[in-house]
Design a protein around this ligand. Sequence first.
Ligand SMILES: Cc1cc2nc3c(=O)[nH]c(=O)nc-3n(C[C@H](O)[C@H](O)[C@H](O)COP(=O)(O)OP(=O)(O)OC[C@H]3O[C@@H](n4cnc5c(N)ncnc54)[C@H](O)[C@@H]3O)c2cc1C
Length: 380
Amino acid sequence: MAVLLSEREKQIFEEAKAYALEYIAPYAAQWEVDGVLDKDAVRNIADHGYFGVGCPKALGGREYNYLETALTYEGLAHGDGGFAFFVQLHNNITWDMVEFYDTSDEVRALLPDMVAGRKLTAYALTEEDAGSDPAMSKSYARLCEDGYHVFGEKTWISNCMDADYFTVIVHNETEGGMVILLMERGTKGFEICENRRRLGGNAMTCGTIRFDDAVVPISRCMSKNGLKQALSDINVARIFVPAIGIGMAQHALDITMKRLAVRETFGQPVIKNQAIQFKLAELSAKLEAARWLVYHVASQMDAGENIPVPAAMAKLLGPNTVWEVVTECAQLFGAAGFAYNSEISRCVNMARTMKIMDGSTEVQQIVIGRALAKTALKSV
Ligand SMILES: Cc1cc2nc3c(=O)[nH]c(=O)nc-3n(C[C@H](O)[C@H](O)[C@H](O)COP(=O)(O)OP(=O)(O)OC[C@H]3O[C@@H](n4cnc5c(N)ncnc54)[C@H](O)[C@@H]3O)c2cc1C
C-alpha cells in the first residue's frame, strides 16, 4: 500500500496556500492590531468557497473528506494561523449540524446560510472553572413548555463577537445529562460580553457570553447526549488544529530559510553554516513526521475508524512540533524574531494557543496514557 497524496489532494493544498498568500497574508498584521474580524475578508473567502468545505454540494459545500479538509486548512494557514483557525471553527460547527446532530427541519433550513458563510457560528463549552474537565461546568438549562431556559456563563468563546448562532453545551437540569442547544444572537437574556485581547490570533474575536433565562425553542435542541457528542466534535478539531499549525510552521520555516539565505555574517549567508543547516534539517524532518501523522489520522477518519487516541496523538505531537519549529525560527531571525506583530512572532503566539485550544497537550497525554494503561492492564 502506497502512502502518498494524490494529484487532486496536492492541488487542494496548493490552491488553498495560493489563496492564503494572496488574500490572507498581506492583511494579517493589520488584523492583529485591529482585533476585529475583517468582514471583507470573510466575504472574500466565502466567495472562494472555503466555508462549508466538508458539507454536501446540495447545501453549497465541496463535500471534502477529512484529509482534503485538513489539506485545505494546512494551505490556508500559510497566510495566517489565526484566520485559518476561524474558518475551521465555523466549518466544524456547520459540519456537526449537517452530519452529527439531531437537527430539526427548522435548523436544517438555516444551514445553507451557514455553509455559505453568510451566517457565522461559535461553539460554547468552556467556563471559567471548567476547561479541561467540561463535566464541571455550572451552566444549565431548565425545560419548560416554551423551551429550554438557559442560565450561566461561558468563556474563551472563539468568534463570539461575530457569530449569529452559538452551539451551547449546558447541563440539562430537567432531564439529566447535558444538552447541545442552538442559541441565536439577539435572544432575550443572552449577552455577548467582551472581546478578550490575546497574545495572538486576534484576527478572530474570543470572549465571554452570559445567559440569564435565555429561552431556546425545543426545536433547537440538537443533542441530549451533549457531553459525549461535544467530546466527539472536538476529535475533529484535534486533526484540523495540528493541520493549521503545520501549515503555519512550514511557512515560518520557509521565510526563515529565505532570510538566512540573504542575511550575511562573517562574510557569508548564515544558511551556509553547517550548524544552521543541521538545525533546519531537524526541524524539517520533525515537521514532516507531524504532517504525515495528521494525514494518516484524517485518512483513518475517512475510513470510519474509531479515532480518539490517534486524534489525541496528532494533537499532542502536532502543536509540540509546531512550537519547537516556530520558536527555533524566531531564534534564527535574531532580534527581528522578537519584533512585535512580525510574521514570526505571530506564529509563535498562535503556536502557544494551539497547545491549549481544543484540549491541552496534557489532556491529549491523559487520553493516550489511559488507553495504553488499559491495554497493559488487560494483558496481564
Ligand atoms: C485562543 C483560545 C480559543 C478558545 N476557543 C474556545 C471556544 O471556541 N469554545 C470553547 O468552549 N472553549 C474555547 N477555548 C477554551 C479551551 O478549550 C480551554 O482553555 C482548554 O480546554 C483548557 O482549559 P483551561 O484553560 O480551563 O485550563 P485548565 O483546565 O484549568 O488546565 C490548566 C492546566 O492544567 C493542565 N491540566 C488540567 N487537568 C490536568 C490533569 N488531570 N493532568 C495533568 N494536567 C492537567 C492543563 O493541561 C493546563 O495546562 C479556547 C481557548 C483558547 C486559548
